[in-house]
Design a protein around this ligand. Structure first.
Ligand SMILES: [Zn+2]
Length: 249
């Protein structure tokens, strides 16, 4: 088969493509991602995932732009002449190593990044929805672009069993069970960093305690919240033309 041939797509594949493209557009609308960064999604039943090409603007991503790559970052399907992002190994190695993860977002958000640029002020859980990261938010010491599989495996080692990480002086990695959840978590991760930054201006920080976290978890239903947030951002964007209204997502 031609390396870049696109086989007939099932409705579920098309919908997953729409979700990856929409998630990217929504994260850009929220000014979390700009000219670089990417969202990936594992293709069910395959050792492969969807990710955007290196040169397509994040602000104009469409389902047909997406590449299918294997965990080594090799393009299996995609538009002729397109290349994978320079950091495709970040996505491939995480998806290979973490069967609980079906979607990864990587972006370079400056304010969130600032917590890796100072000593003794690590990013903490200060907002209720940041309990997602109660196990910890590791910081990867090497600021390099995750430009090959060895660097991708090093990132996997730093991430461990956690659900997000910072790459020092570089950016963020968010992992989740679905594209909808990776949107949810990307937004809450940056909200938490912004809240901590603003609170630190006012006075001494009071991160959530274990008791605070347990209290919030008592009544929290992640699936319902993820769906609520997804619908809010999708429908807001579709009503304003930021995401095509005919995408069935
Ligand atoms: Zn990066």
């Amino acid at each position: 088969m031609n390396q870049h041939a696109a086989p007939a797509r099932s409705n579920s594949d098309l919908q997953l493509r729409m979700k990856v493209a929409a998630c990217t557009l929504l994260i850009v609308r929220e000014k979390i991602m700009n000219y670089s960064g990417h969202v990936s999604a594992r293709l069910p039943g395959r050792d492969a995932f969807l990710i955007q090409p290196i040169d397509v603007p994040r602000s104009g991503l469409r389902p047909d732009h997406l590449l299918v790559c294997d965990y080594d970052g090799k393009i299996l399907e995609g538009p002729e002449g397109q290349r994978a992002p320079a950091e495709v190994s970040l996505h491939g190695e995480i998806l290979r190593a973490r069967p609980d993860v079906n979607s990864v977002a990587h972006f370079h958000h400056d304010l969130t990044n600032s917590f890796t640029l100072v000593e003794d002020v690590p990013l903490r859980v200060v907002k209720n929805h940041a309990i997602r990261w109660k196990s910890g938010i590791p910081v990867h010491a090497d600021p390099a672009h995750v430009a090959n599989p060895a660097l991708g495996r090093a990132v996997v080692g730093t991430l461990g069993p956690h659900h997000a990480m910072q790459i020092r002086a570089h950016g963020q990695v968010i992992t989740a069970e679905s594209v909808e959840a990776v949107l949810n978590d990307s937004i809450h991760f940056v909200e938490n960093a912004q809240a901590m930054y603003h609170a630190a201006v006012l006075g001494k920080l009071k991160p959530l305690s274990d008791a605070d976290i347990a209290s919030f978890e008592t009544y929290f239903q992640r699936g319902r919240h993820v769906n609520k947030l997804w619908r809010f951002y999708v429908e807001s964007a579709q009503s304003e033309g930021g995401v095509p209204a005919d995408w069935d997502i």
